[in-house]
Design a protein around this ligand. Structure first.
Ligand SMILES: Cc1cc2nc3c(=O)[nH]c(=O)nc-3n(C[C@H](O)[C@H](O)[C@H](O)COP(=O)(O)O)c2cc1C
Length: 192
């Protein structure tokens, strides 16, 4: 029988991200991060394909990725403003985990289900970090969809994409609550 976990339920009712730009040092150590990665990898995965992996971006790699964002943005014709905004997650970053979607060949499991599983890993990592008392935020940005950035920046293969950057560090300022959906209007009950 499943045991009720009221603390987990209470956490899920009030959880919220902490904007990456408000995060401050320290970030988790490797030892502190590993249990969070293990929790995240405990995510639904149809067919046990493990269609994801992690690239941990430590502080020392942030400037290289900020500069690469700029290079990619210039090649894409992005404005100076767009480039500054996109590179800021690395300019200001302490630690981020790039969750990498790894598409595995499968006759049974559709590609979209592997994508969903990678998204589930992103949320699980975000929630694990928040539950551990860290500030955390799931970011993407146009560079995360740029092949040069993916391949030069993080060494991704052709079958790999960035599902998200999960920034994890210490909460600086507490964010105000944001409006939440009215779930009753989003929910349809089908009973026959
Ligand atoms: C796939 C994905 C990509 C996102 N990328 C960004 C981003 O690049 N910049 C941003 O400000 N917010 C981005 N967000 C939204 C932030 O994660 C935002 O803080 C979040 O929606 C707050 O949700 P929460 O308070 O319920 O955790 C993204 C969200 C998702 C799901």
């Amino acid at each position: 029988m499943s045991l009720k976990n009221q603390a987990a339920l209470d956490f899920l009712q009030v959880r919220r991200s902490r904007p990456a730009k408000t995060l401050v040092a320290p970030a988790p150590t490797r030892e502190e991060l590993m249990p969070l990665l293990i929790a995240a990898a405990r995510s639904p995965d149809h067919g046990k394909l493990e269609p994801w992996r992690f690239v941990v971006i430590e502080h020392g790699a942030m400037q290289r990725l900020a500069a690469l964002t700029e290079t990619c943005g210039l090649a894409m014709g992005k404005s100076a403003e767009d480039i500054a905004k996109a590179r800021s997650q690395f300019d200001m970053g302490h630690l981020a985990v790039a969750v990498i979607e790894v598409q595995k060949p499968s006759e049974k499991i559709p590609a979209i289900e592997q994508t969903y599983s990678a998204g589930a890993v992103c949320l699980a990592l975000l929630n694990a970090a928040l539950a551990a008392g860290w500030g955390a935020n799931w970011l993407s940005g146009w560079q995360s969809h740029n092949r040069s950035f993916c391949e030069q920046g993080l060494g991704l293969s052709k079958n790999e994409k960035i599902a998200g950057f999960i920034h994890i560090a210490t909460e600086g300022t507490a964010p105000p609550e944001r409006p939440r959906p009215d779930v009753t209007t989003l929910t349809q009950w089908v009973s026959e």
